[in-house]
Ligand binder design. Sequence first.
Ligand code: ADP
Length: 396
Amino acid sequence: MNVLVVNCGSSSLKYQLINMENESVIAKGLVERIGIDGSNIVQKVPGKDDYKIEKPLKDHVEAATLMFSTLTDSTHGAVKSLDEISAIGHRVLHGGMKFTESVLVDDKVKDVIKECFDLGPLHNPANLMGIEACEKNAPGKKNVAVFDTTFGMSMEEKAYLYAIPYEYFEKYSIRRYGFHGTSHMFVSRETIKFGNLKPDAKVIVCHLGNGASISASIGGKCVDTSMGLTPLEGLVMGTRSGDLDPAIVQYISHKENKNVDEVLNILNKKSGLLGLSGISSDCRDISKKLAEKDPGAVRTYNVMLYRIAKYIGAYMVALAGCDAISFTAGIGENDIAIRKAVCDYLSFLGVKIDDERNNIRGEARLISTDDSKIKVFLMPTNEELMIARETLRLAK
Ligand code: ADP
């Protein structure tokens, strides 16, 4: 049984076709520049040369037509016909408070995705276009929506409410939702499986990529997570500030003569590693400069690490303990020094990193010593596989 996983952006469509018998990827591709000059698709099939086609694509429906014809291409494709694709799973950013689980798509589900356009203005419209494009191109196939926000739906009120007038929650659903949910769900569950932990293990997942977030879960169910109403809250990210005093918005607005939208744009796109260092939003560039003791790199590194460690401490209290900490995403999976430096903050709790075990990138592994009080893992994330597993479960 093959499951197609689709992730649509406003001008892109990413896909993976996964054989669920052994969870192997049999094709992956990217359609870019949909609706603009230079539209193209690049598809990779293991054992074959990469296949690229440039062709004008006016919308996501045409992009999906090209995806399906490329997947079934007699020379460059991965399957003979659409019959070999059993179901389609879609990444959807925001499900609001309506969905506590992934769902089979029907008209009501599409209406809710639309109702959530306000909450996910950049992603939800594109995600819905992707679903409708697949429905048009592959009629009769089951489509499943896997929301980035459902993981956070198990948070209790005390974790998800902001201390602002309650009517804003009632009127506008302003609360903490959390994002990267599919990744946190995957990594927390894989940590329990891989680490042979008890089913109700308390796990803290540090998803450290360009976007970064951290979650606390029990038995793979979210207790707390660092992103909020939007992905701006929480850790220091590539270009996002993470937590700050909201009065800063007004202060910058007055001092720099900018409106709220312009200040928010600065907090989302020009802050974080980029803003603090003045070097780059890419952690590798900061690490390089750190070796030269560049003051921008030093302060950025320190603020980033301290914030992660502080959240881990808070989440240990939220969970009333912790069995395991897992590092994932671009930085978490690759940056040996950052994993070590975060765990150094936790040494007073008996957390000990084994430098030899930690000397690895991109592979699931226990990286703490045998006598560490809390197990620490490197656990690569795989959102596509999580979406495929959810799709298989619901489409069966
Ligand atoms: P996103 O999916 O949020 O765009 P990623 O998970 O791809 O982000 O992570 C991007 C981050 O990972 C960048 O800051 C980059 O510097 C870092 N990264 C990627 N590869 C490495 C590496 N080999 N060593 C250290 N950092 C890395």
